[in-house]
Design a binder for this molecule. Structure first.
Ligand SMILES: C[S@@+](CC[C@H](N)C(=O)[O-])C[C@H]1O[C@@H](n2cnc3c(N)ncnc32)[C@H](O)[C@@H]1O
Length: 227
C-alpha cells in the first residue's frame, strides 16, 4: 500500500479530514471552496429528482450527508468507502435519515447494474489502483437517464504538468490528462459530457442515456489487498 492510500486509512486523518484537510488541500489544488464543490455536486447530479444516489469513496461522509439533504423525501444517499476509520467518522458525524454507509471497493461495487439515479466520486480516482476500471464500475451501476459527477486530478499537457505528475507519483497519487475520462465516458455511451479544469483538478459530469451503448468489458475481480 503506498503512502497516499496508507494515509487514507489513518484514524488521525479521518478525524481532521472534513474540517481541515479537505478544505485546505482542495482549495490549494483547485482554488475552489468546499461550498462551491458541494453546489457543483447538487447541481450536476440534479438531486431534486434523484431517489437513489451513490457517493463512491465517500471518506467521512462530508459530501454524502449534504447530498442527502437535497434528495426528494423518499430519496436515499449511500456512501461507500474502503477505509474503516473514514467510515467510522461518517457514521458518527454524517449519518441522517436519508444517508447511510457501506464498506466496499470502488473497483468491485456490490450493487446490481443500473441501481442508482445519480453516482458521484469526488477526490478519489487518483488514489485507486485501476482507476479506469473503477470509472466503468460507476457507469455500470448508473441507471438509464442517470447522472454522473466526478472530481479528480488534472495535469496540463506541458513540462509543468509532467513535473506535477512525477511529484505526485512519489506519494502514490496519479495525475490524469484531460482526455482520459471524457474518452472513457464517450466510449461507454454517455452523453452531455462536460469537463471543467480548475488548477490541478478536473470536474466532469455526464448522463447515461435511456438507451446507452452496452459496455463490452467484462467485470474483473480485483484483490482487496491492493487497496
Ligand atoms: C480524499 S478522500 C475523498 C473523500 C470525499 N469524497 C471528498 O471528496 O472529500 C478519498 C477516499 O477514497 C477512499 N478510497 C481509496 N481507494 C478506494 C477504493 N478502492 N474503494 C473505495 N474507497 C476508496 C479512501 O478511503 C478515502 O476515504
Amino acid at each position: 500500500m503506498n503512502l497516499a492510500r496508507r494515509t487514507m486509512n489513518a484514524p488521525a486523518l479521518a478525524a481532521v479530514y472534513e474540517r481541515a484537510w479537505r478544505p485546505t488541500l482542495f482549495y490549494l489544488a483547485s482554488g475552489r471552496s468546499t461550498g462551491a464543490d458541494r453546489r457543483f455536486a447538487v447541481d450536476s447530479l440534479r438531486l431534486g429528482t434523484a431517489r437513489r444516489v451513490l457517493d463512491i469513496a465517500c471518506g467521512p461522509g462530508n459530501f454524502t450527508r449534504y447530498l442527502s439533504e437535497h434528495v426528494p423525501a423518499d430519496g436515499y444517499v449511500t456512501g461507500i468507502d474502503y477505509s474503516p476509520p473514514m467510515l467510522a467518522r461518517a457514521s458518527a458525524d454524517n449519518s441522517g435519515p436519508r444517508a447511510g454507509y457501506v464498506r466496499g471497493d470502488a473497483r468491485n461495487l456490490p450493487f446490481a447494474d443500473g441501481t442508482f439515479d445519480a453516482v458521484c466520486c469526488f477526490g478519489a480516482l487518483y488514489l485507486i489502483p485501476d482507476p479506469l476500471h473503477a470509472a466503468r464500475e460507476m457507469i455500470r451501476v448508473l441507471a438509464p437517464d442517470g447522472r454522473l459527477a466526478v472530481t479528480t486530478s488534472y495535469r496540463p499537457g506541458n513540462a509543468f504538468g509532467e513535473l506535477t505528475r512525477r511529484t505526485a507519483a512519489v506519494s502514490g497519487l496519479r495525475m490524469f490528462d484531460g482526455q482520459t475520462f471524457p474518452d472513457l465516458f464517450a466510449a461507454a455511451g454517455l452523453v452531455d459530457i462536460d469537463q471543467q479544469m480548475h488548477r490541478f483538478l478536473q470536474y466532469l459530469t455526464a448522463v447515461k442515456p435511456a438507451a446507452a451503448v452496452p459496455q463490452h468489458e467484462g467485470r474483473s475481480t480485483t484483490s482487496n489487498s491492493e487497496v
